[in-house]
Design a binder for this molecule. Structure first.
Ligand code: DON
Length: 307
């Protein structure tokens, strides 16, 4: 059965190649110039087998796919109560860059939208850590998920920071409510560096497989985060990972997932596999158009709907 996987991946990629719908993210100039035709897919099993097709070793920025992993790091570093006091777990039903704060508490509704992820970034590592140490903690943590030392793309980061007015506005709002307790600009800078970490489709499949494998990286055998944290993260991915398309995704694909505006998309099937796709053109929700089609096919062809 396993020997058929590469042929299957080649065939499904071929099936979506002619779909050129959607647009590259325009609000980050470095992303607007990405090669729109790049296309890849990878599976990593919980026993450490990796299968890939297409441009699996091309690097691109992780963007919002970092959010579930840094949520995991923050939960592991600070504990559930400390994180939950600052960020909720309710789907917002809104776009990823909406303000979406709970009335009263001012808590972002969930850790997958930007408001929540900016807050979660501020909670990674120890209390009162310097901004640089926090980014180092995040990059080290993401690297442990990927089983490879990862790096920040400084050009992408600078390009995003030049146009980060919306995230800066959200962070100032969070600071005004004391959800953030440090300089909002420094936190957004750290968050943008987190989003600018370079990964390949293969890396993302391994990272997703670590979630599928109860927090144990299937390549290194290391327990990257505790199993109860993984349960929390996968649940929030299932309910909030696809933003305002979360309901369509749950019914049509049914796999806990997370997308990024560079065109990456991951899914994690507990006890089975981590799945990753990459294609830069995005649909109206900011999710990779061909990536969504690929996941729909996987789900139908292999009966992977678990939600
Ligand atoms: O903060 C931002 O807008 C980007 N760095 C990340 C957004 C993102 O990936 C949304 N997902 N599809």
């Amino acid at each position: 059965m396993k020997s058929m996987v590469p042929d299957y991946l080649d065939a499904v990629l071929q099936g979506v190649r002619s779909d050129t719908s959607g647009e590259r993210a325009q609000y980050i100039p470095e992303l607007a110039t990405a090669d729109p035709d790049l296309l890849s897919a990878a599976f990593a099993t919980v026993d450490g087998e990796i299968y890939g097709s297409g441009d699996v070793d091309v690097e691109f920025t992780i963007q919002s796919i970092s959010k579930p992993f840094v949520y995991a790091l923050a939960l592991a570093d600070r504990g559930f109560d400390a994180v939950h006091a600052k960020v909720g777990v309710e789907p917002s039903g809104e776009a990823f860059n909406e303000i979406s704060l709970e009335p009263g508490s001012g808590r972002p509704r969930n850790p997958m939208i930007n408001a929540g992820a900016i807050t979660v970034h501020s909670l990674a590592g120890r209390d009162r850590e310097s901004a640089d140490d926090r980014v180092a903690r995040v990059v080290r943590g993401l690297s442990a998920f990927a089983n490879r030392p990862l790096h920040v793309d400084a050009d992408m980061c600078a390009s995003e920071m030049e146009h980060a007015h919306r995230n800066l506005a959200i962070a100032h709002m969070l600071r005004s409510q004391d959800v953030l307790v440090e300089d909002p600009t420094a936190i957004v800078e750290g968050y943008v560096r987190q989003c600018s970490v370079l990964v390949t489709t293969r890396d993302l499949a391994v990272m997703a497989a670590t979630l599928a494998n109860a927090g144990v990286n299937p390549l290194s055998g290391d327990q990257v985060i505790p199993a109860p944290v993984v349960r929390q993260v996968l649940t929030v991915m299932a309910t909030c990972g696809m933003y305002d398309a979360a309901g369509d995704w749950a019914t049509q694909v049914g796999i806990p997932a997370k997308s990024g505006v560079a065109g990456g998309l991951i899914g994690a099937l507990p006890g089975q596999i981590g799945i990753a796709t990459f294609s830069p053109r995005l649909d109206a929700h900011g999710n990779s158009a061909r990536g969504v089609s690929l996941f729909e096919r996987y789900s139908n062809d292999m009966g992977l709907h678990v939600m």
